[in-house]
Design a protein. Structure first.
Lengths: 190, 162
């Protein structure tokens, strides 16, 4: 009995050490909120186009019933969001070079500002839904802009990225998610 | 006299004034009962932007949207639980300040009880041991010259305490 008790402090120190190792890991972001959307179908939403932009709006139907040719990247952006500007270049390049399908949710933005922003920087979006009051944003569970989601061919959300997709690590994560989404689809059809 | 009145006025204002809330006038419902329920719910919901604040006291845009949403659901006739479920479905149980009882939170809820139990047992054991040693030393002290042979036991005791 005494011997077992003597091991007790060592066991406690071990558990505490493991906990600290996990908790103080610099790669761990304690502010990261686990998303409930992952592996769930696309949420219910229906957004009109941005006025006089000439790009169609975005709703659940386009994402849930997408023909499965390619996964879709949904990017929540706004003209008033500074990191979005930097991210825009990355996404534009991915559309041009990787051929990703990109659709946008224009979050709480004035249509005129959104139009100007997209004409200044270019419009890489296949569709852009205008979320004036932020309701669609709540359905998607976003905490701010920018946020980026990957939807696979079956209309399931496979990936969520909070913050701008900038830098090799973030881009790498997005690419991995896109590959996974493609794999999901081929697994289903075979 | 004037001084006394001044002090009284200042004290009264301090006592009667309400703390500043993030809830804006246009959000407040006309029905005081519903508004009260909305406030109660808002206090239990975490703001996803400024994560240690509840949405009731947060000035973040999303917090405001959620406050309005909570009120809309209440006006539409939802129960408090339905409103909570609606938010949890979108933001996960992370938005609740009081975590639900489910497999991933078992440790969270049980850990304090476990610590308390083990701590209690440890205290009882240590006190019992101390009492026993005290009795022994009083009985044996006249017979033996020193208590040297008890030192190893002392040592293990300090280890257990640490």
């Amino acid at each position: 009995m005494k011997r077992i008790l003597a091991l007790f402090p060592i066991a406690i120190a071990g558990i505490l050490g493991a906990f600290l190792l996990w908790g103080l890991n610099p790669d761990r972001d304690p502010n990261e909120i686990p998303s409930v959307l992952i592996s769930q179908p696309v949420p219910e939403f229906d957004l009109p186009p941005v006025e006089r932009l000439g790009t169609p709006g975005l709703s659940r139907a386009e994402l849930a019933g997408n023909d499965g040719s390619a996964p879709i990247v949904v990017n929540v952006f706004a003209s008033w969001c500074v990191p979005c500007r930097a991210e825009h270049a990355v996404l534009t390049r991915m559309v041009r070079e990787d051929g990703i399908r990109l659709m946008g949710i224009n979050y709480k933005d004035k249509p005129r500002d959104a139009r100007n922003w997209l004409s200044d920087l270019g419009n890489p979006y296949e569709r852009v839904g205008s979320d004036l009051d932020g309701r669609a944003g709540i359905e998607w569970g976003i905490s701010g802009v920018p946020e980026t989601f990957v939807i696979d061919g079956a209309g399931t959300v496979v990936f969520r990225f909070v913050g701008p997709v900038l830098g090799d690590e973030a881009i790498g994560k997005l690419r991995t998610a896109l590959e996974q989404a493609r794999a999901n689809r081929s697994g289903e059809t075979s | 006299m004037i001084r006394k009145m001044l002090i009284a006025v200042v004290t009264l204002t301090a006592l009667l004034s309400q703390p500043v809330f993030a809830v804006e006038p246009d959000e407040i419902l006309a029905d005081p009962v519903l508004e009260e329920r909305a406030r109660a719910i808002s206090k239990q919901v975490r703001c996803v932007v400024c994560q240690n604040q509840d949405i009731d006291s947060s000035n973040a845009g999303v917090a405001r949207d959620l406050r309005i949403l909570v009120r809309e659901r209440l006006v539409a006739g939802d129960s408090d639980q339905e409103v909570m479920d609606f938010l949890v479905a979108r933001y996960g149980s992370y938005v609740l300040f009081k975590p639900p009882w489910k497999p991933s939170t078992y440790i969270l809820w049980v850990a304090p009880l476990v610590f308390l139990t083990f701590g209690g047992i440890a205290i009882v054991l240590v006190l019992a041991q101390n009492a026993r040693r005290y009795r022994n030393s009083r009985i044996q002290a006249p017979e033996r010259g020193a208590n040297d042979d008890q030192k190893p036991e002392n040592h293990s005791l300090t280890e257990m305490n640490s």
